[in-house]
Write a protein that binds this ligand. Structure first.
Ligand SMILES: Nc1ncnc2c1ncn2[C@@H]1O[C@H](COP(=O)(O)OP(=O)(O)OP(=O)(O)O)[C@@H](O)[C@H]1O
Ligand SMILES: [Mg+2]
Length: 254
């Protein structure tokens, strides 16, 4: 833990969060709490506001928090800029979605780790060593490190890259929005197994994963499942809630 917050403080607390985009209210009072070592899944129909919540957690400037708060390790981070959130240990997997011309995976990771740890003199060799170790654990091809970031990456490779980032950055909470990218079964497995592997090394890690798919949750068994419908959490429960969604769809909550 990077701070001296008491042990029973939730890692992430979302309190009565209202968020507007271009003046339209999308989130209408969301409450959610992620504790140490917990995996929470956020499900809900298209347009419910799941990615809006993820983008708001990231601190995206287009998303205006009109009331409520986001607390991280007990601190109100609602007004914090994205990079400060990242440095504090809030990891958002969709943070760098585009190809960045000419930057290799290893160069990018070195930069990201320096930003997170404040270590400016981090050598390429050190990064290469810890990267190599993690790539082996995650079953990744060693040549991947030299590839240019996201250039021609398949859905599965993008996901591997995100999981690798997460493993090396050692975040306090990881938010993974799995809705829009890499929907094939390979990519889902990469995420599910990757998060499991990272949790074995970092058991305190809190995870909030947005997904439509029970398949991901078969790999990454959530402690809690939350259903977001029209900007509100309409029900929370255990993994059986995801199964109810899978078999009956969202109609029963609309
Ligand atoms: N930048 C934006 N500008 C205008 N409207 C937006 C913007 N972002 C989100 N919205 C609107 O907010 C609503 C919620 O969108 P959001 O992407 O959060 O849904 P979602 O639950 O992630 O859906 P999906 O399951 O399709 O990924 C939608 O009606 C969407 O059109
Ligand atoms: Mg979405």
């Amino acid at each position: 833990m990077p701070t001296d917050a008491p042990r029973d403080t939730p890692l992430l607390q979302i309190v009565d969060l209202h968020v507007s985009v271009d003046g339209a209210e999308i989130l209408k009072g969301v409450d959610l709490e992620v504790g140490p070592g917990e995996v929470h899944a956020l499900m809900g129909p298209n347009g419910a506001g799941k990615s809006t919540l993820a983008a708001t957690l990231l601190g995206h400037p287009s998303y205006e928090v009109t009331s409520g708060a986001i607390r991280f390790l007990g601190e109100d981070i609602t007004g914090w800029p994205t990079d400060v959130r990242g440095k504090a240990g809030l990891f958002l997997a969709f943070q760098y979605p585009e190809a960045i011309g000419g930057v290799s995976v290893i160069q990018f990771l070195r930069q990201a780790i320096s930003a997170r740890t404040g270590q400016e003199d981090l050598s390429v060799l050190e990064v290469r060593l810890s990267m190599g170790e993690w790539m082996e654990r995650l079953g990744m091809d060693p040549t991947f490190a030299e590839r240019h970031l996201n250039e021609g990456f398949s859905g599965g490779e993008k996901k591997r890259n995100e999981i690798l980032q997460m493993a090396l950055l050692d975040p306090v909470v990881a938010v993974l929005d799995e809705t829009d990218s890499g929907l094939d079964i390979d990519a889902l497995r990469v995420v599910g197994r990757g998060v499991r592997t990272v949790r074995e090394a970092h058991p305190e890690l809190g995870v909030l994963v947005v997904t439509h798919y029970q398949r991901l949750l078969d790999e990454l068994v959530p402690d809690r499942v939350h259903l977001l419908v029209d900007g509100r959490v309409v029900e929370s429960g255990g993994p059986e809630l995801a199964q109810r969604v899978e078999s009956g769809g969202y109609d029963q909550w609309r």
